[in-house]
Ligand binder design. Structure first.
Ligand SMILES: Nc1nc2c(c(=O)[nH]1)N[C@H]1C(S)=C(S)[C@@H](COP(=O)(O)OP(=O)(O)OC[C@H]3O[C@@H](n4cnc5c(=O)[nH]c(N)nc54)[C@H](O)[C@@H]3O)O[C@H]1N2
Ligand SMILES: Nc1nc2c(c(=O)[nH]1)N[C@H]1C(S)=C(S)[C@@H](COP(=O)(O)OP(=O)(O)OC[C@H]3O[C@@H](n4cnc5c(=O)[nH]c(N)nc54)[C@H](O)[C@@H]3O)O[C@H]1N2
Ligand SMILES: [Mo]
Length: 766
């Protein structure tokens, strides 16, 4: 091991958090040139009268803040509240062809957009445009389509409830349910899978439940980077010696050990808290095997206990009174052989059994999971096996127990709650009719994959994006980019410039909007918006910074502007009144969704209020009014995995990025500095191919026999990094690897792209 490592690759031995995190906060303040007002900005994050951190959807107790020292929250806030400005004059000396060659980091690092702009094809660049003129062009473009279903309306999960609700009102009044959204790439497997199991597509736990849990199971999420405030919760659990059992192919540092920047002792003594009590490096895509293995163990322990005269280890009251399907589950587990479980999970039977034993011993169990579970071809099945596992011992709907999906964007859950869905149910349609006097169309619209397919096929001609960077977030950039260039109309509501804006349609308009940290002044005074966190708590968020320019508008105002220009006074919707006072948007939300009763009143309470999650009090909103054990066929999600020479690649976020936003080039905890063009590989997999640490490789997707239209996909010139990862598994960064993912490579039930299990082959670069 003394051999020199590739450039920028080091072994990182320190715990997560600690002084390194504080140093990184100071650096990002300096880089965004906001040292003077910066610290004050951070102190307003997640305070009762402040703004909701745009970084992640993890809750705060009473919304009164473990935030101050959250490194990646600080990066998100400083990135948005930067002093840098991108004026329209910038484009006079930069064409889109030139900007295309820039990195994603450099595009966004130009700063906040200050005025609406429109693409001028002759000059191949953007020029300024007046708001009213932009709205007229958008309205004309949408009204020119022969069918409203030829337009796509994308939502990224940072949009507030108020903006998202107005957006869906606009789109439903226009006449389509084409609502692709970032959730389709993220927790859709949860939204689709869990309702069949427990009657609701959301998590069932609250923060307080973590205080009462006897064991935590963690599958496929990286909280040290992506939900840093969760580390305070996990640290408390670890401190009281409740086991934390981790299943993750990579040894994520924060799940191993964490130094809390809020602990004077740990900071002063450079000590840390061990987080995981057992860390199982499951093979990528091996989670169904692990879950079935642990469930098998529970049944074996149950049988043994009964034989010894005990009462068994299953929660028989819960199973009899609240569930259906246990016999089919048992039959499936009996038919599943340990040899296959070991092969597919890459773990020894004894390891899985020991995890099963921890589960049986603990009275209250919470299971947390992230993208490592959902972004697979069998993402929905993964989620449902998790529900089965918890239900065996009644670990849903009581204190200290439950299911905890780690949501992505800070309001992705809320956007869905207030109507961003391509499949409206009767309650939503009834509610819209009550509130606005018209019944929207019921016909299913497009999810993200379907929207991109329709754009590529030329069936959809307009795309309006409420935030995000759709083209870069989606699979198959070659086809996606080409499709977007063929649109008639592309509109982006955004804070900063990104690559999706460099794909001009016939008419292309970029509209600058306020972010969470900006003060939002409307006719009746300063406005707050609301968001819903991962645990269904709804609370207010109010920015206070001076907006980047007088010519930037709020998302609700821009949505209303587009709606008026498109719809005229159709249905008599009072757009101006709602934009003048967001309380009136909330009045309408409350009429459509009765769960939001007394909305304006209840957001005044510190911490807001909790939306009801029926499963959390054992009310099952399934057709049979019971929770359902659901079986999943087999263990292997993709037949290519067992082809000769094939590895399974997963795609990850580095510590210095927010989805497609690249803050910097380091991934400190994984020991990568100054670069992202790497692929993490197991030492034996390298040796077997005659390759070494530091070699330059080309990566090719294995052809998909189930997709007749699959074509070669290649990402060239990545540096091999020898890494502690299971044999047969590989990892690289998102979005650099998206060229390896076909649009068809997704979970057939939820449409979630299988970004986490891409069959590949590696060869030395020519
Ligand atoms: N700072 C920051 N915060 C963020 C984001 C960000 O980009 N940056 N993104 C936000 C969004 S939209 C989301 S969805 C969340 C994402 O939060 P995460 O779900 O934590 O995101 P990923 O980086 O995709 O990490 C997935 C984890 O799953 C593991 N994994 C990969 N494949 C498998 C597998 O097959 N099985 C198992 N068991 N594990 C696997 C990986 O090693 C990694 O630890 O974070 C949100 N918060
Ligand atoms: N290979 C691979 N691909 C993935 C994933 C993966 O793990 N692997 N993860 C998927 C997941 S989980 C997700 S959620 C998607 C993310 O997909 P998106 O949500 O579409 O992407 P983001 O990168 O979060 O969007 C960033 C852009 O949002 C804009 N923005 C920022 N703040 C605001 C705001 O306040 N208002 C408005 N209007 N715009 C704003 C900025 O222009 C910024 O460039 O990517 C998916 N793609
Ligand atoms: Mo996400």
């Amino acid at each position: 091991m003394s051999k020199k490592r590739p450039e920028g690759i080091e072994t990182y031995n320190a715990p997560a958090g600690g002084w390194g995190a504080l140093k990184a906060v100071a650096e990002s303040l300096a880089r965004q040139q906001i040292v003077a007002q910066g610290a004050a900005t951070l102190l307003k994050a997640n305070q009762p009268d402040g703004f909701d951190c745009p970084g992640c959807a993890w809750p705060d107790p009473k919304h009164t803040s473990s935030f101050e020292f959250c490194e990646n929250g600080a990066k998100a806030v400083t990135w948005e509240s930067t002093a840098k400005r991108l004026e329209p004059s910038f484009f006079a000396s930069h064409t889109l062809s030139e900007l295309w060659e820039w990195s994603d980091h450099d595009l966004e690092d130009q700063g906040r957009l200050t005025a609406p702009i429109i693409y001028d094809a002759e000059k191949d660049t953007y020029v300024a445009i007046e708001w009213d003129q932009a709205f007229q062009l958008i309205g004309a473009g949408l009204n020119a389509l022969p069918d409203p279903n030829m337009a796509e309306f994308y939502t990224s999960g940072r949009a507030s409830n108020e903006a998202a609700f107005l957006f869906q009102l606009f789109v439903r009044a226009y006449g389509t349910n084409n609502f692709p959204d970032c959730s389709n790439m993220c927790h859709e497997a949860t939204s689709v899978g869990l309702p069949h199991s427990i009657g609701v597509g959301k998590g069932t736990v609250t923060l307080e439940d973590f205080d009462h849990a006897d064991a935590i199971f963690s599958f496929g999420h990286n909280p040290g980077t992506n939900h840093p405030r969760m580390m305070a919760t996990l640290r408390e659990v670890a401190k009281r010696e409740a086991p934390i059992i981790v299943f993750n192919p990579l040894k994520e540092r924060a799940l191993e050990r964490f130094a809390s920047p809020q602990s004077p002792v740990e900071m002063a003594t450079f000590s840390s808290t061990d987080i995981a009590s057992a860390y199982h490096q499951v093979r990528i895509g091996g989670d169904v095997a692990v879950l079935k293995g642990m469930m098998k163990r529970v049944f074996e322990r149950d049988a043994a206990d009964l034989q010894a005269g005990g009462a068994g280890v299953l929660d028989r009251n819960f199973i009899a009174g609240h569930t259906t399907g246990i016999d089919a589950l048992k039959a499936d587990l009996d038919a599943t052989r340990w040899e296959d479980i070991e092969l597919m999970s890459g773990l020894a039977r004894a390891a899985i059994e020991s995890a099963g034993d921890v589960y049986v011993k603990a009275k209250n169990v919470i299971l947390c999971y992230g993208m490592g579970i959902t972004q697979h071809r069998h993402g929905t099945a993964n989620v449902q096996q998790i529900a089965n596992f918890l239900m065996l011992r009644g670990n849903i709907g009581r204190e200290g127990a439950g299911i905890c999906p780690l949501r992505g964007h800070s309001n992705v859950q809320g956007d869905r709650t207030v109507g961003i869905t391509e499949i409206p149910n009767a309650a939503l349609l009834d509610g819209m009719e009550r509130a606005f006097g018209f019944r929207p169309v019921a016909e299913k619209g497009h999810n993200a994959v379907e929207a991109i397919e329709a754009i590529i096929e030329g069936k959809s001609k307009a795309l309006i994006c409420l935030g995000g960077n759709l083209a870069v977030a989606m699979p198959d950039p070659d086809a996606t980019f080409a499709g977007m260039r063929k649109l008639d109309l592309a509109v982006h509501l955004t804070t900063k410039l990104n690559r999706s804006h460099l794909l001009p349609a016939k008419t292309t308009i970029v509209l600058p909007v306020l972010g969470r940290t900006d003060s939002d002044m409307q006719a009746t005074g300063p406005q707050s918006v609301t968001v819903e966190d991962s645990m269904s708590m709804v609370h207010a968020s109010r920015g206070f910074l001076k907006p980047p320019s007088e010519n930037v508008r709020s998302e609700p105002a821009v949505v209303a502007g587009m709606a008026k220009a498109t719809l005229g006074d159709r249905y008599g919707i009072e757009w101006d009144a709602m934009v003048g006072n967001y309380g009136r948007i909330r009045d309408k939300i409350e009429i459509v969704f009765p769960d939001f009763h007394d909305f304006n009143e209840r957001i005044r309470q510190p911490g807001g209020f909790c939306l009801s999650v029926p499963a959390s009090h054992r009310e099952w909103k399934t057709p049979g009014k019971k929770a359902c054990f659901l079986t999943a066929e087999g263990l292997n999600e993709d037949p290519r995995v067992v082809e000769p020479n094939v590895l399974t690649l997963t795609t990850l976020r580095s510590h210095d990025q927010y989805n497609t936003t690249i803050y910097g080039m380091d991934d400190r905890y994984r020991g990568v500095f100054g670069r992202r063009d790497v692929i993490f590989l197991n030492a034996e997999d390298l040796a077997e191919r005659g390759l070494s640490d530091g070699d330059t490789l080309d990566v090719e997707a294995a052809r998909d026999p189930s997709d007749p239209e699959d074509r070669p996909r290649l990402v060239k010139r990545l540096t091999a990094v020898r890494y502690n990862i299971p044999r047969g598994s590989a990892a690289g960064y998102y979005p650099e690897m998206n060229g390896l993912v076909a649009l068809s490579h997704h979970d057939s039930r939820s449409g979630t792209p299988a970004y986490k299990s891409i069959p590949i082959r590696i060869v030395r670069a020519s």
